[in-house]
Design a binder for this molecule. Structure first.
Ligand SMILES: Nc1nc2c(ncn2[C@@H]2O[C@H](COP(=O)(O)OP(=O)(O)OP(=O)(O)O)[C@@H](O)[C@H]2O)c(=O)[nH]1
Ligand SMILES: [Mg+2]
Length: 450
């Protein structure tokens, strides 16, 4: 499965690991290798460009602290992009709501594996104890109904169809009615893939979807479809919004990058993969294990997590503010901004406040500083003179206007920051005089480091 991509990515990993110098040149060559590998595996060119752009940007923007291995960082970026492309770290399954008739409509071109997949999904859900019914709304394929019945006959799963019927919409509605009466939990609708032309097929799917109003539309896509995967998935998605993807025949193809493109074209997640012709050959799709299979590196996920933790720790360290100064009320305006930014970023403030016996007396203005405010404040501070930063109270009106212009913010913003500073000083002083001090809670907050 996906042999080309696997091999190429393994070579890239090798190249990164063996390189002595990690610089722009290496990054460029890695990106070119990766692009080639993805394109060769039928990943759509826009997707490829997006991935490479993300990797380049993140690498160049990141100011890696000491102690972080750049080689590992590149591998992490590649891993993250592949996982991102597949919708995230975790598997997602079809959502079945209890106490409701869940209707899933399967679409896809001729031979993609719809009928087989309908059978597989029915079997899987039945095994979970759900009551399932299948509707055959394929009026094009000769003997479509027999094929379905044959597939599930041993498993006691009912199939509704109308021999010789021509109106797919009518059959679908009749089928739904039939199964609703029986109180099934899930109705799976198999649709046709054959049509004289693609436009006609898409039109029919549109009509069906609007008549049936399914809980979700599932696109069935053949892993070996190649470059057409992107345009095909996009066309279906435009006709009938795709909620999930099932990729079939992953057992038999060396390519399969097309499925990555289908995800990019629809924004939907791959939920299952077909890995054979038998009814139980359906697997839950798991992005990390898929990437592991492609890259051959089991520990990439672990590596990515560890690096993330390390980066966060370093960031925390860099942002650390001397809390004892803050708690003494002896802090500069710069230190205050840094402090508020750090507690905001690491979400400690609420926790600390909740420990205070009179938490509600902490002004909301302090608690609810938005990222936007803090972002502006940083610019404002940059526009202040050294003396002003030390003693913000000397900032006069005319200077407020100048500072605002220099920072590209409004005068109101500057005033807000200055007010915030004096408010926070007052508040800390009040707190120091209060019971809080006696209760030793100050120590506790200090212990938090924030
Ligand atoms: N190896 C393998 N074969 C599969 C898989 N899924 C489906 N097939 C085969 O692909 C062929 C086409 O499958 P169908 O389920 O009939 O496809 P369809 O989309 O319903 O086709 P139409 O109804 O003609 O549009 C059959 O021979 C299936 O056995 C899979 O995951 N692996
Ligand atoms: Mg079929």
């Amino acid at each position: 499965m996906l042999e080309h991509l696997s091999k190429a990515i393994r070579n890239i990993i090798d190249k990164v690991s063996r390189s002595r110098i990690v610089d722009k040149q290496l990054l460029n060559s890695i990106i070119i290798d990766l692009q080639r590998a993805l394109l060769m595996s039928d990943v759509n060119v826009n997707t490829v460009l997006q991935i490479s752009e993300n990797i380049r940007e993140k690498f160049e923007k990141s100011k890696l602290p000491e102690g972080i291995d750049k080689r590992k960082y590149i591998l992490k970026l590649i891993y993250d992009e592949l996982i991102n492309l597949l919708g995230g770290e975790y598997s997602e399954e079809l959502k079945i709501q209890t106490g409701k008739t869940n209707i899933f409509m399967f679409v896809g071109i001729q031979g993609s594996g719809k009928t087989t997949t309908v059978g597989k999904v029915a079997y899987m859900l039945k095994k979970r104890g759900l009551k399932v019914g299948i509707v055959c709304a394929d009026t094009f394929r000769p003997a479509a109904l027999q094929q379905l019945r044959q597939l599930v006959k041993e498993y006691n799963i009912p199939v509704y169809g109308e021999e010789g019927g021509e109106d797919a919409v009518k059959i679908a509605l009749n089928g739904i009615e039939h199964f609703r009466k029986q109180g099934v939990d899930v109705i799976l609708i198999d649709t046709s893939g054959r049509h004289k032309e693609e436009k006609g097929l898409l039109e029919e799917m549109k009509k069906l979807a609007s008549a049936v109003n399914p809980t979700e539309i599932i696109l069935v896509i053949d892993a070996s479809i190649g470059q057409q995967a992107y345009s095909q998935a996009k066309a279906f998605h435009e006709a009938t919004p795709i909620g999930s993807i099932i990729v079939t025949k992953l057992d038999g193809t060396a390519k399969g990058g097309g499925c990555l493109s289908a995800v990019a074209a629809t924004g939907a997640r791959i939920k299952y993969i077909g890995t054979g012709e038998r009814i139980w050959d359906l697997e839950k799709f798991n992005p990390p294990s898929f990437v592991r299979r492609i890259t051959g590196m089991g520990d990439l996920r672990e590596l990515s997590r560890k690096l993330e933790e390390l980066l966060k720790e370093k960031e925390l360290e860099e942002m650390k503010v001397d809390t004892s100064k803050i708690l003494k009320g002896d802090f500069t305006i710069e230190e205050m901004v840094k402090y508020l930014e750090s507690i905001r970023k690491f979400g400690r403030l609420k926790k600390i406040v909740s420990m205070l016996p009179f938490g509600h007396s902490v002004p909301d203005e302090i608690l609810e500083k938005t990222e936007e405010d803090i972002g502006k404040w940083k610019y404002i501070i940059q526009s202040m003179t050294k003396e002003e930063k030390k003693h913000p109270e000397i900032v006069k009106r005319s200077r407020i206007a100048r500072i605002a212009r220099g920072a590209g913010v409004s005068e109101e913003d500057v005033k807000k920051l200055l007010n915030q500073y004096s408010l926070m000083k007052k508040m800390i002083k009040r707190l120091r005089k209060s019971r809080l001090r006696k209760m030793g809670l100050f120590k506790m907050i200090e212990g938090y480091g924030y």
